[in-house]
Design a protein around this ligand. Sequence first.
Ligand code: PMP
Length: 446
Amino acid sequence: MPSSNALFYLTTKDMPLVSHADGIYLWDTDGRRYIDGCSGAITCNIGHNHPTVKRAMVEQLDKVAFTYRTQFESQVALDLANKLVERTDADLQKVFFVGSGSEAVESAIKLAVQYFLVEGQPERSKFVSLRPSYHGSTLGALGLTGYEPLEAPYRSATIGSVKVPSPDLYRFREANVEEHIAVVLEQTERAIEAAGPETVAAIVVEPVGGASTGGRMFTRSYMEGLRALCDRYGCLLIMDEVLSGMGRTGAWFAYQHYGVAPDILALAKGLGSGYYPIAAMMARQELVDAVGRGGGFMHGHTYAGNPLACATGLAVIEVMDSENLVSNAAEQGFYLRQRLEQLAEKYSCVGNVRGIGLLQGVELVQNKLTRQSFPSEFNAFERITVLAKERGLLIYPRRCLDGLAGDHVLITPPLTVTTDDIDAIIALFDLSLADFEQIAKEQVAW
Ligand code: PMP
């Protein structure tokens, strides 16, 4: 451990010093090996230390690392934008590069606002988003975020969005899923009407929830319902695929599972796969043309679309294509899900397994029958993560304090995983759950 620490992050725990990484493994400076069962923050999709990406980055560094977007175009930026457009199979023809997921969401917010300004509807500046949800940490993206502990301290400083309930396919109270979806869509429509439909710029949704809901999926009927609301009230549909995009769910983009496309799409994480910060906002041609007629998009970041970032993104896509990682995510995701379901049968603390592809979430509950969560002071989400780390497995924890999504962890290994890798992950998670149940029995009434 370092003796003094000048870093300022929100953590009070001592952490190991990282030494190096390869494939799905990371090592600390004490020589301990960890399986990256969550791709860092669901980011390192192609695994660590990939030679193709390293080579492409060095080749680009030898040419030019940085150019500013108003001075030069670069071939790698043009190529990367085209590759993304090809993969969307939707009307998303335009790409705007940025450096992080939050910036991609900010860009989506600003494009929507500017579009309606140009269209002569300046009053359309409100956003409708879900609770729980996570859209980023900058003030605009945080304003859309429906996650109390993060947003509450900054509420007076954020743009504020109209929050509507997220469908909950684990704890719904109606007779069946479709009835639940109908109720949630009805509440959403009432909220739009109450806000004034002519003031709403967009509905924003993560097609598969990540950190906020632990892999919560929706139904096709829900996504179609959101699309229909947007069309009825003349607002845009923004999808935040910062976490779910780039093959993670077994399709290039999670919206493809529902057959409902957005007007604006936010991407990040897997795009650079952790090798270099790169993110993107994709939008329909018509929106970008309109904003162009109005004098151009009044937005941008210094690092946007720099050659090193784009060369990295291109190499990541090359690896994904040559190693068939999107179909591997679908196949191995299916296997991972089966193995997690087996653990759910074995352990009474596993209430729900949800997600798709290699985006799987596991919710821990105190009572499986009533679906009651553990008391918040027990910190179930953190305990299981620490226990897994002690056993050499990294998983991604979150608790929704609103009581809306419970204690959950994400199991989201790199898309390169094999069946043997998944067996190794499951073996360690199995032991960690056994440790967890033991502690829970001692400390919490079952
Ligand atoms: N949207 C979603 C759905 C995310 O999961 C995240 C990051 N967890 C963000 C936005 C923000 O991305 P970043 O941390 O790169 O700013």
